[in-house]
Design a binder for this molecule. Structure first.
Ligand code: NAD
Length: 265
C-alpha cells in the first residue's frame, strides 16, 4: 500500500519534465494516487499529455487560471470524471520578465497585478472551485519561495506575491479547517531549482550555484525532494498539519549566511 493509495489528485502546473509539479506527480503516482493534470496553453498540451500518460493518467485538461470560465470548466470536468477528489496541487506562478530583473520599485501597476493574479489569486480561485469536490480529510498544496521573507536579488514582485500566497494559505486553512470535512491547506517553500519559471529571473544560475554551497546539506534541491515532501503533506500522515509553510530547501532558511571560509556567502 502506498501513502496515497485510494486518493485522487488534480495537479496544476506541469509544463515539462523539469517542473516541480512533475516531481510531485511522480511521487504521488509511486505512492498509489490516481492523477489528473491541467495545463495552461494549447502549446503545452503536446508536452504534458505524454508525461501524464506515462503515469497512467488520461485526464489532461486545459485551464488558464487567469480566466474564471476556465476554472469553472476544469472543475466541472473533474467532477464528471472523478466525482470527488482528495488532493489539489497548485504549482503555478507568473510575472513579466522585465519585472524579474533590476530594482523592485520600477514594477508597473499592470505587472504587479499580473503577478498577483496568476501567482496568488489563482490558488484561492482554484481552491474555492475544488471545494465542492473535496472528500473529508483532503489536502491542498501550493509552492512558494523564501523570496517572500527576504529580499532576494531580482525576485522582486514575485517575492511580494509569494508573501501574499503564504498569507492566503493560512486564511484558506482557517476557512476549510472549520468545514466539517477538515480540508488541510499547506505550502512547500522549495529551494531554487532550474525550471522554466526560474529561467526568467535574472541571475538565477549564479543563485542556484551559490545555494548548493551554503545550504546546510551542501547540495541543491531536486523536484523529487519536493515531490516526496508533497506526498507526505498530502497524505494522512500529515493529518495534523495545516496552514504551514514547509521548507524543502536543504536547511538554507536556517543557515547562517557565511560560507566555509567564513566569507559572505
Ligand atoms: P514551471 O515553469 O515548470 O511551472 C510553472 C507553471 O505555471 C507552468 O506549468 C506554467 O504553465 C504555469 N502557469 C503560468 N501561468 C499560468 C496560467 N495563466 N494558467 C495556468 N498555468 C499557468 O516552474 P516551477 O519552478 O516548477 O514552478 C512551479 C511553482 O513552484 C511556482 O509557483 C514557483 O514559483 C514555485 N517555486 C519554484 C522554485 C524554483 O526554484 N523552481 C522554488 C520555489 C517555488
Amino acid at each position: 500500500m502506498g501513502l496515497l493509495t485510494g486518493k485522487t489528485a488534480l495537479i496544476f502546473g506541469v509544463a515539462n519534465d523539469h517542473s516541480i509539479a512533475w516531481g510531485i506527480a511522480k511521487a504521488f503516482h509511486r505512492e498509489g494516487a490516481i492523477l489528473g493534470f491541467s495545463y495552461a496553453t494549447e502549446k503545452l498540451e503536446r508536452r504534458v499529455r505524454p508525461l501524464a500518460e506515462s503515469l497512467g493518467a488520461d485526464w489532461v485538461e486545459p485551464c488558464d487560471v487567469a480566466k474564471d470560465e476556465d476554472i469553472t470548466a476544469v472543475m466541472e470536468k473533474a467532477a464528471s470524471r472523478f466525482g470527488q477528489i482528495d488532493i489539489l496541487v497548485h504549482s503555478i506562478a507568473f510575472a513579466n520578465r522585465e519585472d524579474l530583473s533590476g530594482p523592485y520599485y520600477t514594477v508597473s501597476r499592470q505587472g504587479f497585478l499580473t503577478a498577483m493574479d496568476i501567482s496568488v489569486y489563482s490558488f484561492t480561485a482554484l481552491a474555492r472551485a475544488a471545494l465542492p469536490l473535496m472528500r473529508p480529510g483532503g489536502a491542498m498544496l501550493t509552492l512558494t519561495y523564501i523570496g517572500s521573507q527576504r529580499a532576494v536579488p531580482h525576485y522582486n514582485v514575485m517575492g511580494v506575491a509569494k508573501a501574499a500566497l503564504e498569507a492566503s494559505v493560512r486564511y484558506l486553512a482557517a476557512d476549510f479547517g472549520a468545514d466539517e470535512r477538515r480540508i488541510r491547506v499547506n505550502a512547500i517553500s522549495a529551494g531554487p531549482i532550474r525550471t522554466l519559471a526560474v529561467a526568467g529571473i535574472a541571475g538565477s544560475r549564479a543563485l542556484i550555484n551559490a545555494f548548493g554551497k551554503v545550504s546546510l546539506l551542501h547540495r541543491n534541491i531536486t523536484i523529487d525532494d519536493v515531490g516526496n515532501a508533497a506526498a507526505y503533506l498530502c497524505s494522512d500522515l500529515a493529518a495534523g498539519v495545516t496552514g504551514e509553510v514547509h521548507y524543502v530547501d536543504a536547511g538554507f532558511n536556517v543557515a547562517f549566511p557565511l560560507n566555509e571560509e567564513g566569507e559572505d556567502a
